[in-house]
Each structure stands twice: as C-alpha cells, then as structure tokens.
Design a protein around this ligand. Structure first.
Ligand SMILES: Nc1ncnc2c1ncn2[C@@H]1O[C@H](COP(=O)(O)OP(=O)(O)O)[C@@H](O)[C@H]1O
Ligand SMILES: [Mg+2]
Length: 203
C-alpha cells in the first residue's frame, strides 16, 4: 500500500484535530484497512507531534501483533502513516446492552496487552473499545499508551500502577455501559479507585 492507494480509495472517517491523525478507511485489492495519517497536518505539527504519535502508536500495535482483540498491524506506509486491519462494528457507547461474556473477553484482551508490557491509559473513552459485527471486543487507540522494557526499573514500579489505572478505566466504562453487570467487588474497587484518582495529577 502506498500514498496513491490512500488518496484514491479512501474515505476519511475522522478528521484529526491539532497534531492528531486522520482516520481513513482504505480499500485495496478487495480488503478494507484503517489508515492513521498525519500527512495533512501543517508542516510544523506533522514533523513534531504528528510524527511522534504515528511512530509511537505503530510500535505499540506491532508489539501487540497476533493478539485476538487488537486490530492487526499491516504496514508502515511512510513516516506519517500506518495501516492496520479494519474492524467492522461500532464503538461501545453506541451499541445495545453488552453481555457479561463481552466484558470477560475484554478483560482477557487487556490482560494480554499487559502481559506484553503495554498499558493503554485511555480506556474510559467509549470510542476506544469497539464491538465487532460478531459481538467481540476490540481495543484500539494506543495514542496515550506506554510500553515498558522487560526488566527496567519503571516496569517494576510504574507499570503496576498504570495497569491498575487501566483496570479502573475499564470498570468505569462497564459501569456506564452496563451498570447491571457490575459485581459487588467491582463496585468496591471503583469506589476506592475514584477516591485515589482525585489525587492523580493527570485528571
Ligand atoms: N482498526 C479500526 N477498525 C475500525 N474502526 C476503527 C479502527 N481504528 C479506529 N477506528 C474508528 O476510528 C475512531 C477513532 O480512532 P482512534 O484510534 O481512537 O483515534 P484517535 O486517536 O483520534 O482517538 C474510533 O472510535 C473508531 O470508530
Ligand atoms: Mg480514540
């Protein structure tokens, strides 16, 4: 896939604001792909924030390659864009009631992301979890993520805290999307989580 393919066969689904990427659905050779692209940002943003965001997110998708529940990375088109698998479906917020098994599966996906040393950090956002047409959860948007080296000191001390923030984010989303599915233990966790979150600098 190259620039020409993107320009010819694409529909822009989301126009990125500030330095953020555009999301284009591109069809080539009978397959649909999602392309994140900062090429259309102004010169300054493209070469600074834009380039950094694309590079960082591509590396994280590549690190999560092969996980069920994550769109598969396809190709780095150029330094400003990459392509991934297109997941037909919709964002969690816009779908009907979700089942308990949907959330169990979502927890499994998050657990596997963590086991690769990656934290998501933006799970409270309904747009970052998709329900595929088959009803399966997909985690997307690794713009706010961090990935940690295997044996580094940060992995030991910061990673557990960030994992905990992810779990809290997921439960928050569950509470909003399907409050009736919240187990008593989960409600307790969320109560404590919200108290501590008030002390968190990135609120
Ligand atoms: N691989 C994908 N397949 C299908 N839709 C996607 C995919 N990636 C993103 N989207 C759609 O684009 C929207 C924005 O994508 P996201 O990665 O969250 O970008 P942003 O960084 O701008 O928040 C999502 O809410 C979703 O609707
Ligand atoms: Mg998003």
């Amino acid at each position: 896939m190259n620039r020409k393919d993107i320009e010819k066969n694409s529909i822009c689904l989301v126009r990125g604001r500030f330095g953020k990427p555009d999301l284009n659905r591109v069809e080539t050779e009978g397959h649909a792909f999602m392309v994140k692209d900062v090429r259309r940002r102004n010169f300054f943003l493209r070469w600074t924030l834009g380039l950094w965001l694309i590079d960082k997110e591509w590396k994280i998708y590549s690190r999560l390659k092969g996980l069920k529940g994550i769109p598969q990375p396809v190709e780095r088109i150029d330094r400003f864009a990459f392509a991934m698998e297109y997941i037909p479906g919709k964002a969690v917020g816009r779908s009907e009631a979700l089942s308990a098994s949907f959330f169990l599966e979502l927890e499994r996906v998050l657990g596997e992301v963590h086991s690769r040393g990656v934290v998501h950090m933006d799970l409270r956002h309904k747009g970052n979890i998709l329900v595929s047409d088959k009803g399966e959860p997909f985690l997307i948007d690794f713009n706010s993520s961090f990935s940690f080296r295997e044996n580094g000191i940060l992995r030991r001390f910061l990673f557990p805290l960030f994992q905990w923030v992810d779990v809290g984010g997921l439960l928050k989303l569950k509470e909003r999307a399907s409050p009736n599915l919240m187990a008593p233990g989960e409600l307790d966790f969320l109560k404590r989580f919200n108290k501590l979150r008030k002390l968190w600098i990135f609120n």
